[in-house]
Design a protein around this ligand. Structure first.
Ligand SMILES: [Fe+2]
Length: 147
């Protein structure tokens, strides 16, 4: 039987949004997924899966809130904001479902889980988040700071 591991995501410039706070949080998410990939080896029991999923959803929710705040603060167009938020919610729903399945004793396959996380994150960053990053950096649309 093959125990070949899912490939890790290597952080690289193609994942940058140009918004420091977002990029720092994305790096943490990439690290968390890579760490999950290492932790969830053949010896990992349900408790390890539960812990990994709990930490991931917890950090992801914090990160989504931060981005959603940036969208409100910058008056990002409503339709783009809705679409963006919907992608966040779809991720949260999926990971929450996995969490519930773990509680119910269902076997979760590591490669399927890591594959989903990698795929979702890279796609979301390289599409939706970079679009937001561009808007946040555009001088015309820059929010007025009242600090
Ligand atoms: Fe996002």
């Amino acid at each position: 039987m093959s125990h070949k591991k899912t490939a890790l995501i290597a952080w690289n410039d193609a994942l940058m949004t140009g918004v420091t706070a977002m990029d720092e949080q994305h790096k943490i998410l990439v690290n968390m997924i890579n760490e999950a990939n290492n932790l969830l080896d053949e010896t990992a029991g349900r408790d390890v899966y539960m812990e990994v999923v709990k930490d991931l959803i917890s950090y992801a929710l914090y990160h989504f809130d931060e981005e959603e705040e940036l969208m409100i603060a910058s008056q990002y167009p409503q339709d783009l904001r809705q679409q963006h938020i919907e992608e966040h919610r779809a991720f949260s729903r999926k990971v929450t479902t996995i969490q519930q399945e773990l509680v119910q004793g269902k076997i979760i396959h590591r490669d399927e889980l890591i594959g989903y996380l990698n795929h979702w994150l890279v796609n979301h960053i390289m599409g939706t988040d970079q679009q937001l990053g561009k808007a946040l950096q555009a001088p015309v649309n820059a929010p007025i700071s009242h600090r």
